[in-house]
Design a protein around this ligand. Structure first.
Ligand code: AKB
Length: 337
């Protein structure tokens, strides 16, 4: 008999580390992780770690010969800034990697006669607003609006959302028997901020970087203008969103791709929040026009009403609670401890 398990790809990343800890606390199923990077000891001891490449087909076959995957959280990806330096490699990891895992989950769904839940984090990078005037007038963007990404990462995310929908609704649509198909669910995240990890390779990183630099007492040069505005979310809410969407009854879901958000801040408002807690912080502006152009194309805020309606989405951390109760106390402890 194969063992039932949850599979988390990209477990060494920011979302991955937080998700592993939370899933381990729930303890419903054993957790398998698949990541090309080694895991931190703290995470490693909670899981069965497999160090390897999501593009390695032989590895995926071995994995499903031993385990029955019940839920797959596919977090592995190259983020937006990193992907611009190596767009073809990003396409391989972000698209071909996702395709291989969708195929694996489709096969697993047939074998077990029950859909594998395939949970996919997408991003505000799936949007692309043409100019600042449009960005100002379309403040809370809905899922189907402005799907014109300007980055390889954004293109990859948007396309993989469609691939996920295809595999869950139309896969083998001409076959004599309709296969048991996977259950694809996706959230589009804003910029995420964790107290325990520092992001790398993203373009929303200026927010968390400001905060971690202030706590470390090192000067920071913010790479976007002070008026640049995007939505953000504290990591516990990101984990809550993934887990609540996973648990939602399928009949309640009319959509498969959902915006989720918590609060929207300009870079200067973010800086002021940081200064309130770290008045000595040295945060200057040194815009990188190219990276700033990417952030300018992302929405100032997201409309998450479909998520609220269909699966009761509600963030626990508004901006003040995020800073006062989660980010600042934990970050202080991290750098002072
Ligand atoms: C990035 O900046 O690439 C990510 C994202 C917004 O998805 N943090």
């Amino acid at each position: 008999m194969r063992k039932k398990a949850i599979l988390i790809t990209g477990a060494s990343g920011e979302i991955g580390q937080a998700l592993v800890k939370s899933e381990a606390e729930l303890g419903e199923f054993p957790i398998l992780t698949l990541d090309i990077q080694p895991l931190d000891e703290e995470v490693r001891k909670l899981v069965t770690p497999i160090q390897g490449d999501i593009l390695d087909k032989a590895l995926l076959s071995r994995l499903i010969s031993e385990y029955e995957i019940v839920t797959l959280y596919h977090l592995a990806a190259l983020l937006s800034t990193r992907s611009e330096f190596t767009p073809e490699a990003a396409h391989r990891v972000n698209v071909e990697g996702t395709l291989g895992l969708l195929q694996m989950a489709a096969e697993q769904s047939e074998w077990r006669g029950e859909p594998v839940k395939f949970i996919f984090p997408s991003s505000i990078a799936a949007y692309g607003l043409p100019d600042l005037e449009t960005k100002t007038s379309y403040a809370r963007v809905r899922e189907w609006e402005w799907n014109y990404p300007r980055t390889m990462y954004g293109c990859n995310k948007l396309y993989c959302e469609q691939l996920g929908i295809y595999y869950s609704k139309y896969y083998r649509q001409l076959a004599a028997d309709r296969p048991v198909m996977l259950d694809f669910r996706c959230v589009r995240f804003p910029g995420l901020i964790s107290a325990f990890t520092v992001p790398s390779g993203g373009t929303s990183d200026y927010g968390p970087e400001m905060l971690h630099a202030a706590a470390k007492k090192v000067p920071y040069a913010c790479f976007v203008r002070e008026d640049v505005r995007i939505p953000f979310m504290a990591m516990p809410d990101a984990i809550k969103a993934l887990q609540h969407l996973t648990l939602a009854p399928r009949e309640a879901l009319r959509h498969q791709v959902f915006n989720v958000t918590s609060f929207s801040l300009s870079a200067e408002e973010f800086r002021q929040k940081v200064l309130k807690h770290f008045p000595e912080a040295q945060i200057a502006y040194q815009p990188d026009l190219k990276r700033q152009g990417i952030v300018d194309s992302w929405p100032a805020d997201l409309d998450d009403s479909a998520a609220c309606r269909e699966w009761g989405w509600q963030p626990d951390y508004d901006v003040d609670r995020s800073f006062d109760e989660y980010l600042v106390p934990n970050i202080r402890q991290r750098y002072q401890g």
